[in-house]
Design a protein around this ligand. Structure first.
Ligand code: B12
Length: 505
């Protein structure tokens, strides 16, 4: 009988616009070892399948292995899914950033095997062992139960030569799970070109890929670009690295390859402002870069130092200004991430950020992003404050507000981080929260301006439409406070229309 593996991701309050790369990497490894690969990402933005559908699928396909991928913020949803499907599965394995820290938790919650760290080295050995009915003690980087006892094998360590990992395969994903309208950006173009980040930011999770920066060669990365372009007609590449521009020489080499190939491919990336300069930005533009997302996070000196973003806030703010100006001059859209919700945040701090946002916004031509701090386990901030603020293991108890796919209209563009604000992990007082609320709404207002401006060049028309959307968002916010059901009833047609409008023509 054909061996099958089914990869699953639970549905969460925050949908995936793109296919999870983990399944593309691991799917390829499984396929190369003779497994038929099935994927059901219940969190894909247009996947409407239910847990019952998954149970039916498991009964029909009888996969030898069911693999679940887990981030901290949806660990609870994932464990619920595991509980419901457990009786129908032969073997459940779990992996991902959260499981790397808490493999035992996954076993307690019903998984048979938990993968610790990067799985490209352990997973092939695991598949071989399973296929030959050998013992799991031969597999590095896993935890499992034997006779009721948890066993944890020796770890694999990070993978040093990333070029040796086979290029992730996107053939297992259904396009319609991620793309509804023809004009929507084809999100299959995500590429990870490096692992690890030398940064020390105290809020950032780095337990999976570590702090040692490892990178793929320019040639190896470009091979993936060509694979996506030739096989899937991808013309939009999203480099999803934490800081894509860390290695300047490689960036230049890669830019040279894009320029030489002259293909109709545009690309976007994210990075830190201390790994960029004007010259690099202009070269990136020439090579097809259309947007850079910058992890600025704050302008408050005390915060920048406390979160270990920089030891020199004055230099940092100047550098951010220069980078933003260079992106503007080069014609690359700039996105700026702003993070708030730190335990020490005061009304004055948030007002200072508001002033900063107002000052730089003309250069923020992609819009603002970021969020309100969700303390991820094994980060410095979590370790320091979890006990004090009593949010230890919050992922097991905190339920997301939105259990169904519909989110109120105001969250679509205007107040994306509204739900994160409700979590209030650090018991911030009403005044600080009120200021944070205002800050993110003003960033949302700017985002609407830039989104609409990209479609309508006439400034009076674009101003009119974006102002209309701000008014509609505020109506939605008001209605939601009166009654979420009423908001859904009245605003879901608006949400549907605005979605089509965004991608039409
Ligand atoms: C792209 C991305 C996203 C995309 C997801 C798109 C998608 N389709 O997956 C978007 C933008 C939607 C997103 C959103 C969020 N993200 Co995000 N994201 C990333 C990013 C940049 C890359 C993820 C990736 O593809 N990595 C490459 C793959 C190969 O790695 P991987 O998924 O970890 O898989 C490897 C192992 O974990 C393991 N593995 C994974 N799954 C499985 C399953 C099995 C069965 C096995 C055996 C092994 C295994 O094997 C893989 C190969 O080594 C990472 C940072 C990073 N550098 O990884 C953050 C990251 C994963 N995100 C993170 C967070 C916090 C979030 C948000 C909560 C953001 C927020 N502030 O609110 C949301 C929540 C999403 C949700 N669904 O609820 C954290 C997770 C930390 C944690 N403890 O879980 C990370 C690590 C960033 C960080 N440093 O803090 N994210």
């Amino acid at each position: 009988m054909e061996k099958k593996i089914l990869f699953l991701r639970a549905s969460t309050g925050w949908k995936d616009p793109s296919p999870p790369l983990a399944f593309a990497y691991l799917g390829r490894i499984a396929r190369d070892r003779g497994f038929k690969v099935l994927i059901e990402n219940l969190n894909a933005q247009y996947n409407t399948k239910t847990t019952e559908d998954i149970i039916e699928l498991i009964k029909k396909e009888q996969p030898a292995i069911v693999g679940v991928s887990i981030f901290t913020n949806y660990a609870r949803d994932s464990y619920e899914l595991i509980k419901k499907i457990k009786n129908y599965c032969k073997m459940i394995i779990a992996g991902g950033p959260h499981i790397t820290i808490y493999p035992e938790e996954a076993l307690e919650m019903g998984a048979d095997v938990a993968f610790i760290g990067e799985a490209e080295s352990s997973f092939p050995i695991f598949l071989d062992v399973i296929s030959k009915n050998k013992k799991l003690n031969k597999v590095p980087g896993i935890a499992y139960k034997e006779n009721g006892k948890v066993k944890r094998n020796k770890e694999t360590g990070v993978i040093l030569n990333l070029d040796r990992i086979p290029i992730p395969d996107k053939e297992f994903f259904r396009k319609e799970d991620y793309i509804k309208i023809k004009e929507e950006i084809n999100n299959f173009g995500g590429i990870l070109t490096s692992r690890g980040c030398p940064g020390r930011c105290t809020y950032c999770y780095h337990s999976l890929f570590g702090r040692g920066f490892r990178y793929r060669s320019a040639g190896n990365v470009f091979k993936e670009v060509l694979y996506l372009h030739n096989n899937y007609g991808i013309t939009h590449i999203n480099f999803i690295d934490d800081a894509f521009t860390i290695n300047k020489e490689r960036l230049e080499e890669l830019c040279g390859m894009f320029i030489k190939a002259g293909l109709p491919i545009e690309w976007v990336c994210a990075t830190r402002i201390d790994f960029l300069n004007r010259e690099m930005i202009f070269k990136m533009k020439k090579a097809g870069c259309v947007m850079i997302s910058l992890g600025v996070e704050s302008c408050v000196p005390e915060t920048l130092i406390k979160i270990k973003k920089t030891g020199n806030p004055e230099w940092y703010i100047k550098q951010a200004d220069e980078i933003l100006k260079a992106c503007y001059d080069a014609g690359i859209r700039a996105g700026v991430n702003i993070l708030t919700g730190f335990p020490w945040d005061s009304v004055e701090d948030i007002k200072q950020i508001q002033k900063y946002v107002d000052r730089i916004k003309v250069y923020v031509t992609q819009g603002f992003c970021g969020g309100i701090l969700q303390p991820m386990p094994n980060t410095e901030i979590y370790e320091q404050y979890a006990k004090q603020y009593k949010f230890e293991k919050w992922w097991l108890t905190k339920e997301s507000i939105f259990r169904e796919d519909y989110h109120p209209f105001f969250m679509s563009y205007y107040h994306v981080f509204w739900e994160q604000m409700q979590n209030n992990f650090f018991n911030l007082n009403k005044n600080v929260l009120g200021e944070i609320d205002r800050l993110y709404r003003s960033m949302g207002k700017w985002n609407l301006r830039v989104i609409v401006k990209r479609r309508f060049k006439n400034s009076a028309i674009s101003w009119g439409i974006s102002s209309g959307l701000v008014v509609l968002s505020n109506i939605s916010l008001f209605l939601y406070k009166v009654s979420p059901k009423l908001e859904k009833l009245l605003m879901s047609p608006v949400a549907r229309f605005s979605y089509k409008f965004k991608y039409a023509g």
